[in-house]
Design a protein around this ligand. Structure first.
Ligand code: SF4
Ligand code: SF4
Length: 671
């Protein structure tokens, strides 16, 4: 036992040490803040398996194997101890607690065997599209099954040899299996027990050494991955430091932070991220699982060199590390491992991240590579170049003169902060509301409602600049930081306390990212939330509409990234006669419109158009209208209706327009 433990643990330690040095080749990323929250996440997401239990069958299957493995592993520790002392038992696991443990362990071993049969059936027979059939997956399932079987059969032999054992009758499955040894003599059963015992121990230690070499490394890395997860909102991107940097973003694997490399080790290849990814679904080259796996393959291929770079960095020899990194001959991360089309395809919708059971962060990974393309290489798609030029010169992606930012108002009474100086809400109009005709109509509808409800609000007008969401997500961090600082200064000038916006992208970036640029204690409100409150408080009253069926399309930046699902539906529910029907992909699983992550300003010439895929789904509900609460979604779905020739059948409107159309103008004006 001593020799077996020594050699197997030494081999394991050697493998893990190499993995550690590879992580040290990555950039630093402090992940030991807010320890309370980290332990909570470990409890809920890690041990509680929360992200897996959203799915009934496979989720419960995985949770059963996970818990069963923990319970049986405890038994294995005990068995290892018995290799030195036949009476060894773990602290607390003697007496009645030991008997209860024997019962629980036996039941779990059987449950794990049932779960494995189900898992094999899914892999080999029913095989959902997201699952790959691979040898490793089947091998590991069979390996675990043999571990469970040897545990039960070994205990059955042990009970035959020690009929007075306190576990007799408690280890019910092992007790039931005792007759398997028939009338064999004690010596024969003892031999069986020894064979099964050593087989179990050798298989466990071999399993431990096998894990780091395949996708089942996640058995070891998943819990640390959850503990060291990013605690910021899902849409948040960390600001970059520019001082002294020679290259920006991630152009090679060791430019990633250690935590992002840890993501690569942790992927289980389950394919949940692919399932609702708009680019995967519509035939584009970006498949989030393959992105992670391809990058992981490069880490493994470069492991020896990365170990050396990691050791140099860890010992403070950063110049030598940079030289070793520059001298390393390898395929390009962008271009060979990931194509540029792959990197630009992402809409940053967040589906992958919110569905990944091991909290892998795909979007920051992709945006880091966009930062490299945009700022280090100046290689961006041509349509995006035009948008970036507009953002730089006129602070809007349409490159309309900044002086025209107030033209959308027309003859509507909209108060300005420069005149009013103070208002309860700053209405942050955003570029779409200011410069895109269709969305200007939404802003006009919203202001009409605000005027009607006597809300104290005002706009910045020409003092407003682009919120910076598209700029940041396409990787131009330098320009984004200037945009954020400009708006934060304008908010400070008028001592703004509440920002109201009809754009989830403005909402998200101001709420989640402006604090890094000096934003103080400012509440950010989406127009769906304010309209829901005004309707509930009777400050807006609506009359019965036509008997119309409406389907609401969740904006990724409102729903998935900021957890606002109910308010827009409450606004629609306030209209008598209007009935709501949900699309199959809704709420947390909502399907993107295709415009986020700066995609609004790029060509979409590979695969099916994402907005067409979504509008097909909306049309299939039989709804006559699609309601949105985001200017990008409105534009994309409006375009899709026209392009798929459904103008007679479907109308796309913002929730503010739906309410304005039914506004009861005869109701008394609120006081
Ligand atoms: S953020 Fe959305 S588009 Fe990008 S990889 Fe994830 S699921 Fe796909
Ligand atoms: S990234 Fe996450 S969701 Fe995607 S395959 Fe890997 S573990 Fe599964």
């Amino acid at each position: 036992m001593s020799l077996l433990l020594f050699f197997s643990l030494a081999l394991f330690a050697n493998t893990i040490a190499d993995r550690y040095w590879v992580l040290r080749a990555g950039e630093p990323d402090w992940r030991l803040d807010r320890l309370g929250r980290r332990f909570w996440a470990l409890l809920i997401i890690g041990f509680g398996q929360r992200r897996l239990l959203y799915e009934r069958g496979p989720g419960w299957m995985h949770a059963t194997i996970f818990f069963g493995f923990l319970v049986v592993a405890t038994r294995t520790l005990m068995l290892i101890g018995r290799g030195f002392d036949p009476d060894f038992t773990l602290p607390l696991l003697d007496g009645r607690l030991g008997q209860i443990y024997a019962l629980v362990k036996d039941l779990f071993a059987v449950l794990v065997l049932i779960a494995i049969v189900y898992a094999l059936w899914r892999r080999l027979v029913s095989r959902p599209p997201r699952l790959h059939l691979n040898f490793e997956g089947v091998l590991v399932l069979l390996w675990i099954a043999v571990l469970m079987a040897t545990d039960l059969l070994g205990d059955a032999a042990m009970l035959r040899l020690h009929p007075d054992s306190p576990e007799h009758g408690w280890a019910i499955v092992s007790t039931v299996l005792m007759p398997l040894y028939g009338d064999a003599a004690t010596g024969t059963i003892s031999t069986w027990w020894q064979v099964i015992y050593w087989a179990h121990i050798v298989l466990v230690l071999a399993f431990l050494n096998y894990l780091p070499w395949g996708k089942h490394f996640h058995v070891l890395t998943a819990l640390p991955a959850v503990f060291f997860e990013r605690l910021t909102p899902s849409a948040y991107l960390a600001p970059m430091e520019f001082e002294g940097a020679e290259s920006f973003g991630v152009g090679k694997i060791e430019d990633f932070s250690w935590r992002r490399i840890f993501d690569l080790y942790t992927c289980t290849e389950c394919g949940r991220c692919n399932e609702g990814c708009p680019t995967y679904t519509t035939g584009k080259p970006l498949h989030p699982r393959e992105l992670i796996c391809d990058e992981r393959d490069q880490v493994y291929a470069l492991a020896d060199s990365l170990v050396e770079i990691g050791k140099l960095k860890a010992t403070g020899r950063t110049e030598a590390a940079a030289e070793a990194s520059a001298a390393l001959q390898r395929p390009n991360l962008i271009g060979d491992v990931n194509s540029e089309d792959t990197i630009w395809a992402c809409t940053t919708c967040g589906y992958c991240m919110t569905h990944c059971p091991v909290v892998i962060d795909h979007v920051p990974n992709i945006v880091d590579q966009r930062r490299y393309l945009t700022m280090t290489e100046a290689r961006v798609p041509s349509a995006l170049q035009t948008a970036l030029r507009g953002l730089e010169t006129n602070s809007n992606p349409w490159n309309v003169s900044a002086a025209a930012r107030e033209d959308w108002i027309g003859d509507l009474a909209v108060p300005h902060l420069r005149e009013k100086q103070k208002a309860e809400y700053l209405l942050f109009v955003g570029c779409a509301g200011s410069f895109d005709d269709r969305n200007s109509q939404v802003l006009r509808a919203l202001c009409t409602l605000l005027n009607r409800a006597d809300v104290d609000y005002a706009i910045l007008g020409t003092e407003e600049g682009c919120c910076g969401d598209p700029t940041r997500r396409v990787g131009n961090e330098y320009l984004f930081q200037m945009q954020a600082e400009h708006n934060v200064a304008a908010f400070g000038k008028y001592d703004v306390r509440k920002v109201l916006t009809a754009c989830p992208h403005c909402y998200s970036v101001i709420r989640n990212e402006y604090r890094d640029f000096g934003l103080g204690d400012v509440e950010v409100v989406h127009h769906s939330e304010l309209l829901a409150d005004l309707l509930a408080a009777g400050k807006l009253t609506v009359t019965a509409g036509a008997d119309v069926k409406v389907t609401y399309h969740d904006s990724c930046y409102l729903g998935r990234h900021n957890d606002i699902y109910d308010a827009p539906r409450e606004v629609l529910a306030a209209v008598p006669g209007l009935s709501q029907v949900e699309m199959p992909r809704t709420g947390r699983a909502g399907f993107c419109c295709g415009a986020g992550g700066g995609r609004m300003f790029m060509e979409e010439d590979i695969g099916q158009r994402i907005n067409h895929n979504r509008i097909d789904e909306a049309a299939a509900t039989g709804a006559a209208e699609v309601a949105t609460a985001c200017p990008f979604c409105l534009t994309m779905l409006d375009d899709a209706v026209k392009e798929t020739e459904r103008s007679e059948q479907l109308e796309v409107r913002d929730i503010a327009e739906v309410i304005l159309a039914q506004l009861d103008t005869a109701a008394p004006t609120p006081q």
